[in-house]
Design a protein around this ligand. Sequence first.
Ligand code: ADP
Length: 603
Amino acid sequence: MFRSLHMKLTLILLLLITSLMAVVGAFLTVSVSNFYINSFYQEMSDVFSGENSSFVADLRGAAGDSEDPVGHLAEILEAKAGSLGVDYRTRNYFVLDGETGGYILSSADESALPRQQSANLLTARNAVVQQDETLVGDESDITADFMDVAVPIMGGGNAYIIYILDNKATVSGLNTQLFLIIMQALIIGLLISILLSFLLSKTMVGPIEKLTAGAERVAAGDFDGELPIESTDEIGILTGTFNEMADILQATLAAVENERNKLDTLFLHMTDGVVAFDHKGRLIHCNPAANTMLQQPVYGDCTYDDLFGSVYPFQEILALQRPNHAESELLVGDRTLELYLAPFSGQASGGVLIVLHDVTEQHRNEERRKEFVANVSHELRTPLTNVRSYAETLLDANGDIPQETANSFLDIIITETDRMTHIVQDLLTLSRLDAGDAELVLSRFPFGDAIESVTRANALNAKQRGHALTYTPPESLPLIVGDRSRLEQVMMNVIGNAIKYTPDGGHIRISAGSTEGTVWMDVWDDGIGIPEKDRTHIFDRFYRVDKARSRESGGTGLGLSIALEIVQRHQGRLLLPPHEGPGTTVRLELPVGGPDSRLPAND
Ligand code: ADP
């Protein structure tokens, strides 16, 4: 209850008024008492000494009166009652016996005398004993509940004490009055302070409460609507500053949100995986690419140790100084992931960010490149060694060798040289196709004509091997768009392989057809066939099922690779469909419309 500003204000005002009234009251009361006491003693001093010293002389004279000294004294005192301030109620005069201080006469009755003789009275009695008229009892005592003056009067052997006594009833009455006035003022002051506190709370606490409500609204993320500035005082300035702060906060939050959206979009669509952990190793973020790469759904309760604990210790990454980072590799299934691990922000609020990069293809390509170079070197070294050894033999013989043998040696040298030329030509074609330099020369031509022309070109070769090479053309074949000479090169290779890899006297059947938008050509043979394990590799560069047989028949292992490249450039397919019995079937599929009308990629 006392926490509210309103109650605090009320309390402060009440305390202020009360303490102010208490101080003022005390001050007034003491001042009034002092004034009254001072004026009493001043009055007495004026009457009994100084200018009015004749009054004392008269009293002494009256005391020496032989007939009625007391009556005489009473007369003089009565005459001076006005100057003495005697009002017969609060202030009275007394004529007392000089030696005993006993009551003789007064303006009131005897009961008005205090029972205990005062210090002043004792002083006066002492003066009588010492016969010293200068000793007057006029000491003030602020604590006493009366004021008195005792004046010794001696004359004609008589001794009296004129005793003026004021019972302070006036000052008490005044103080009571004063107290009542102060109490009334206090009550009015308290009422005013309560009223004031209400007014103050309306003018001060009201705007503060509005400001508080506004701050709570902003804290809850609602930036709509500014707080109205209702005054030009400090609260008005505070409200203005608060509005500015809310605007800046809104702009900053919008900028942060914008940045976050950008980052989210980036993370969502980037091909590299990104995974973030907080400083305790708990997952904060994982983009879809990372999910795919890790080959498991990464949930919110995953920790660093679950996913990458085996790769790199978490604390070591946290301890890294930015912009340093750690690198590592992680094998997931058949994929190789390269990891870049780096800390972000400070240790307390930051964590660890991991970027995953799938380098499987890169590694495979690197492997293929190495294998390719090794294959090329090997393929060229064999004929080169042959050429060199036959040439050396001829040289060493120095003509001392039968002409027939020399000729056969020279034949071998020429064959090996042709082989090398063949390999180099094939490599050149492949490299051109790889680099995209070999532009296709597109034209529209009858697909059937191309098959027939290639079949004719192979007829002699097939005949020499005793093969039955047949082509059964369909009723109609459409015109297709493509690079005729390169496509004929593909057909040459496929039909040539069928002839090469079929033992003499075999059968090679060529068939063709078309479906909607596609033409196909099948080359079927009943030759040695391709073992199941090799079927996926025969399109690889330098891949040969039987190296010796291939080399024997002049094969380089590059023919089908080149054929596949050409077919793929036409967005067609070269594949091995299922084959019944011994032998092989190779199928060529091409889009009728040429490279722009797509077919699904080669498997
Ligand atoms: P090559 O110059 O050795 O013939 P290719 O790339 O044309 O090279 O063929 C690759 C390999 O595929 C051949 O070495 C051969 O082992 C196999 N092959 C291709 N066609 C046939 C087929 N019709 N019958 C059996 N094996 C084949």
